[in-house]
Ligand binder design. Structure first.
Ligand code: PXP
Length: 248
């Protein structure tokens, strides 16, 4: 099975925002990721704008268009952010829960709550009415009742929250129960005709058992890629800077 990799570049913007400098550039990050084989770029425009900024969204959109690859825009259901999403016309929108206090997205949409369900349903309706050919994924837990709720909403995919699995893997715990959970969600999604994507907390190692079990057709990975890129690039940057300090 051929799987897609969505590279989430939010944390390039986190580094930039930490110093208020114009670098590192998310446009360059999108460019480098796509020219290195990424199948799509994922960015999350949060209501608190802690990393990706409004101007980044349009700039990254231009890069994905240039490469003919999808932009997957993650958003919460806030009207202001929904309007920006509509103006951007991404290929995919991933709806996520958003809580101002959280360090990162902490779990899937609670579609068992009637209030959340209605909010998500109406947001999807508005997005579909306003963006031609838009595809929507809902970020949810691998839970039977929640997946059934997803099938009542106009969406093409679910992105299963893999954060707890990834944490357990990192801690060396037994992850069989998660693999079985994802097998069940995959089967349910097949019968509901909803695509089965994965995201959150994954690393180069923890993604392997998911791939070996053919569990998902798309993986959205961010934090680990940017962290690993520091170490894969550090030696090159230090030696080249050292070189330029040598007076010729
Ligand atoms: N998918 C969703 C829905 C997310 O909210 C995030 C984090 O922004 C990711 C994937 C990427 O997660 P990570 O940065 O932990 O790889």
């Amino acid at each position: 099975m051929s799987v897609r990799l969505g590279v989430n570049i939010d944390h390039v913007a986190t580094l930039r925002q930490a110093r208020g400098e114009p670098y590192p550039s998310v446009v360059d990050a999108a460019h480098k990721s796509l020219s290195s084989g990424a199948d799509q770029i994922t960015i999350h425009l949060r209501e608190d704008r802690r990393h990706i900024q409004d101007t980044d969204v349009e700039a990254v959109r231009l890069v994905t268009k240039k490469f003919g690859k999808p932009l997957n825009l993650e958003i919460g259901c806030h009207p202001e952010i929904v309007d920006i999403a509509i103006a951007t016309e991404p290929d995919w929108i991933c709806l996520v829960p958003e809580n101002r206090q959280e360090q990162t997205t902490e779990g899937g949409l609670d579609l068992k709550s009637t209030e959340v369900f209605e909010k998500v349903r109406l947001t999807c309706q508005k997005l579909k009415e306003n963006i031609k050919d838009l595809k929507i994924s809902l970020f949810v837990e691998a839970d039977e009742e929640i997946l059934n709720k997803c099938s009542e909403i106009d969406c093409e995919a679910v992105e299963i929250h893999t954060g707890d699995f990834a944490k357990a893997y990192l801690n060396g715990e037994d992850t069989d129960s998660y693999i079985n959970l994802f097998k069940a969600s995959q089967k349910q999604c097949e019968s509901l005709k909803i695509a089965h994507h994965a995201g959150h907390g994954l690393t180069g190692e923890s993604v392997i058992p998911l791939v070996q079990n053919n569990l998902f057709i798309e993986y959205n990975i961010g934090h680990w890629i940017i962290c690993q890129a520091v170490f894969d690039g550090l030696a090159t940057v230090v030696s080249s800077l050292k070189e330029s300090l040598i007076q010729k």
